[in-house]
Design a protein around this ligand. Structure first.
Ligand code: ATP
Ligand code: MG
Length: 393
């Protein structure tokens, strides 16, 4: 079946008044972004508190649906057959043709739901419901009406043209990107952090990202993997500015001066500090990590508290209560899993202690960090100054 328009359904909770405007504008913008690489001419617009995508010329319906399913804020995607208004008798034929093609098996129940958005249309919606329903019943003897719980709810909407639709394909839900500011994702090459970014972005938050690598201990391939992950996530979020920080000298310095069982915690505290630096530069309102309680030694409650202690921006940890398997399932669903499991080394895993502390005390950690006092400022500054900026989209 050929569809000429998509009607976009979005959740309406909390988007009354002035917010609604912003919500719809952001939704339109994100839909345009999602469709920009797809062949076809698409006209995205809002009209009478609905959002539509008109499609001109040849296009692939599955491709469009798939792209729309990456746009946060969309709860339902309705492929619409658009017919021109050439009289009510002709409309009956159009509706019959629609039902015939969409539902080859007529052993179904249905109900017509008409909407007269163009008030000058000569047939009122109640009459449309009745007469179109009757026409369908005449055309297909097996079909039945069920007004309470129909298999097919057939929408007929009179606008300039007439819109016929009955299918609702689920969207991702959430809020359109850009309606809730921006946050800085600490993006590693692992499974968790891309999912964490996705989760926060789903609430309307744009993303920037920071990746720490340790050349030559970590390879160019490992970095490329993170760029690829950022690209996967950007399918949902739009462009992501990725800061790639050379963390080698800081790591070596910590390794040389600090107790080895505290390496990971101290290293993570420096990661947070540096990520926060770029967050502020980029007007981000928070940090995001893929941490989950108890997953590894650096994610016990005490470790998280010690890491958190250096941050002044709020740190969002959307996976905090997730089991690994739940995170894996989500990574598979959003399409980052395949890339995440590629076997390249991560900077965290290179300088790890055999027996890291699992109950670090902040005061003890601070004391250890004092051992870095002579050099760390300069190393920190150099890491910040030499960061590579990659615009991923
Ligand atoms: P992931 O699967 O996300 O890499 P993980 O299970 O490997 O997480 P950790 O290595 O302890 O756990 O990292 C916890 C969080 O810290 C990550 O989810 C990520 O947000 C951040 N992080 C870790 N390593 C890096 C890195 N090299 N660059 C940027 N952020 C990192
Ligand atoms: Mg990791």
């Amino acid at each position: 079946m050929e569809f000429q328009t998509y009607l976009i359904k979005y959740g309406e909770i909390g988007i009354k008044g002035k917010n609604r405007y912003q919500f719809e504008d952001a939704l339109v913008r994100q839909i345009r972004f999602a469709l920009r690489k797809i062949e076809g001419d698409f006209h995205v617009y809002k009209s009478q508190s609905r959002v539509y995508v008109d499609c001109e010329g040849g296009y692939d319906c599955d491709e469009v649906t798939e792209a729309l399913q990456t746009v946060f804020g969309i709860v339902g995607i309705c492929p619409v057959v658009r017919v021109s208004d050439h009289g009510f008798e002709e409309l009956k034929k159009d509706v019959i043709a629609y039902m015939d093609e969409m539902y080859p098996d007529k052993n179904i129940t249905f109900k017509v739901e008409s909407r007269r958005a163009r008030k000058t249309y000569p047939v009122r919606s109640m009459e449309m419901n009745r007469d179109l329903g009757e026409a369908i019943l005449y055309a297909f003897p097996e079909i039945r009406v069920n007004v309470h719980n129909p298999d097919v709810l057939l929408h007929v909407e009179v606008r300039e043209d007439i819109y016929i639709y009955s299918k609702v394909i689920p969207g991702p839900g959430g809020m359109p990107i850009g309606t809730n500011g921006k946050a800085m994702l600490l993006l590693s090459g692992g499974i968790d952090s891309p999912v964490a970014g996705y989760r926060i972005a789903k609430r309307g938050v744009g993303l920037a990202a920071t990746y720490f690598h340790a050349p030559p201990y970590t390879s160019e391939r490992a970095k490329q993997k993170v760029v690829d992950l950022a690209r996967e996530v950007s399918k949902y979020t739009g462009p992501i500015r990725l800061y790639v920080v050379n963390f080698t000298d800081i790591q070596l310095e910590i390794y040389e001066k600090c107790p080895h069982d505290e390496l990971t915690i101290i290293m993570r505290r420096y990661m947070m500090r540096i990520a926060e630096h770029f967050a502020r530069m980029d007007e981000c309102l928070g940090l995001i990590t893929g941490e989950s309680i108890g997953q590894v030694a650096s994610q016990t409650m005490q470790s998280l508290a010690a890491t958190n202690e250096v941050c002044t921006l709020p740190v969002y940890r959307p996976l905090i209560g997730f089991d690994k398997q739940e995170i894996v399932s989500e990574a598979e669903k959003i399409g980052t899993y395949e890339t995440s499991i590629l076997p390249y080394e991560d900077c965290c895993t290179i300088f790890v202690a055999k027996h890291p502390v699992t109950r670090p005390q902040v005061e003890a950690i601070k004391k250890s960090e004092e051992k870095l006092s002579e050099t760390i400022e300069e190393l920190y500054q150099r890491a910040v100054d030499t960061a590579e900026v990659i615009e991923v989209s």
